[in-house]
Design a protein around this ligand. Structure first.
Ligand code: HEM
Length: 455
């Protein structure tokens, strides 16, 4: 079936005229997108006859004349130049001024740019919007960039008008309330991965702690006590211990706050009392914590893949084979070792597979396509199963090593044993929460029941 020639979609003109003050990158990109979305655009410029080229189809006028041609004016100029707006205050009376500005640093000025603008032109209505989008993002269209834009302002009507324009530009509008929120909005573009700081800090701290612990226990001990220099092991063997250990601990840290929250609700007998701030913050960064843990687990898998091609490993295998040949002896096949190694590899592979699934399902494009029930099934049920499989992998890897006195060098326990403490605690607590009598109480509390009230 022929669908006929494909015709490029031309946006219908909505007939409304919008004004943009400023012909810099932001002003021109915004003007272009407004034109593409069907608006007529008038630029306000200090030098209308000699300003930089504006997008085709737009008009350029003096600020005062441009202001009179539209109800909504986008102020795409730096805060330092807002002063001249006072000189055209009569033309701005009753207009909606959209402040898109940002600052170079936090707390650069005592008041937010949008509040400052409102104070300069009190007879206009200021709305803060579009400041979290770059000129580049506006030019390339919402499919190539972040689609969200925050809007705040004191007039619901003005916010509604600006939101309608943003929606027509293909943006997703999030109302942040009154103009008082504009300082927070102006700080957003200055924040560098705010939700990643805690997870990355924990990962770095744990990595450093376990690295030095294992360096002392494995490398320095061998040098001091046995006189052996095995410092080359730092590069692969040590890394392949530190990364999985930190990954497993961080995976447990993703599930510990949920268990703690449940215990707190059981203890308090209500779900209506807020959690402590630290627990809230911890719960909010679980996704990032899980993704960092997944990245570390992936490094462990890559390091594991190269084990057979390592010079040291090939040397050890060759030396052992030659020694057996010379002695005319063969090491006996151990069913237990075969079962143990195959089992821990298998648990590692299954755990890693589910770990990747958890990571994929936490991507916004995937999680948005899942219902809440599906998302919670993957993140909670499969999440605990992942933790269980990875923990079992480490238990099977360690097997009975923890019983041997030689495993405690300078009284320091093997790394894998330390990595098992937190996951085991989380899994045992989760099992306790799953006991029918405990589960029943928790479900009642989560449905709104409160201890001490008659219902
Ligand atoms: C240890 C393989 C996934 C946690 C090991 C070792 C191997 C291995 C060969 C022993 C390393 C050595 O001798 O130094 C695998 C494979 C995986 C996998 C093939 C999946 C494809 C995971 C995952 C985790 C994990 C997803 C946890 C999140 C650990 C831990 C150790 C370990 C804690 C003990 C480290 C030590 O103290 O030596 N794994 N693993 N593994 N693995 Fe995995």
């Amino acid at each position: 079936m022929s669908l006929g020639p494909v015709v490029a979609a031309v946006p219908q003109s909505c007939g409304e005229s919008l004004c943009v003050f400023g012909t810099g990158d932001m002003g021109r990109s915004l003007g272009q997108r407004l034109l593409q979305s069907g608006y007529s655009v008038v630029f306000g410029s200090r030098r209308p006859d000699s300003c930089v080229p504006v997008p085709r189809g737009a008009q350029v006028m003096s600020h005062a004349a441009a202001a009179q041609s539209a109800r909504i004016i986008f102020i795409c100029i730096h805060r330092e130049h807002y002063g001249f707006l006072q000189t055209i205050a009569p033309q701005l009376k009753g207009k909606v001024l959209v402040d898109v500005s940002n600052n170079l640093e936090k707390d650069m000025f005592p008041e937010a740019n949008a509040s400052h603008l409102q104070r300069l032109v009190p007879e206009a209505t200021v709305v803060k919007a579009l400041n979290t989008l770059s000129a580049w993002a506006l030019q390339n269209g919402p499919s190539d960039s972040n689609r969200q834009t925050f809007v705040c302002g004191d007039s619901a009507e003005a916010k509604q008008a600006v939101s309608e324009v943003c929606t027509r530009l293909g943006l997703l509008v999030l109302d942040r309330g009154s103009l008082g929120a504009s300082r927070e909005l102006e700080d957003f573009p200055l924040q560098l991965f705010p939700q990643w700081r805690l997870p990355l800090g924990i990962a770095l701290g744990l990595t450093a702690a376990f690295f030095f612990y294992l360096l002392i226990r494995d490398v320095i001990y061998a040098y001091v006590v046995d006189g052996k220099d095995i410092s080359f092991r730092i590069m692969v063997s040590l890394a392949n211990k530190v990364f999985p250990i930190v990954s497993l601990v961080m995976l447990a840290l993703c599930y510990l706050p949920g268990v703690m929250a449940a215990l707190l609700q059981l203890h308090r007998g209500t779900k209506y009392r807020p959690f402590p701030d630290w627990l809230d913050r911890w719960m909010l960064c679980r996704k990032q914590m899980g993704l960092v843990a997944l990245a570390l687990a992936s490094l462990h898998v890559l390091y594991t893949l190269i084990i057979p091609i390592r010079y040291y490993v090939r040397y050890r295998i060759a030396a052992s084979t030659i020694s057996q040949v010379l002695k005319n002896q063969t090491t006996e096949f151990s069913q237990t070792s075969a079962w143990r190694t195959d089992s821990y590899y298998s648990m590692g592979i299954l755990g890693f597979g589910l770990f990747v699934l958890l990571g994929i399902s936490s991507l916004p494009s995937v999680s948005n396509s899942l219902s809440w029930r599906e998302f919670s099934f993957i993140q909670s049920k499969l999440g605990y199963l992942t933790l269980f499989l990875c923990t079992l992998h480490a238990y099977l890897y360690g097997w009975d090593k923890f019983l041997r006195p030689t495993s405690y060098k300078w009284y320091m326990a093997p790394g894998y044993l330390l990595s098992l403490v937190l996951p085991s605690v989380v899994l045992v607590l989760k099992l306790l929460l799953l006991l029918p009598c405990v589960d029943r109480s928790l479900t009642r509390i989560r449905r709104g029941w409160e201890r001490g009230t008659t219902q």
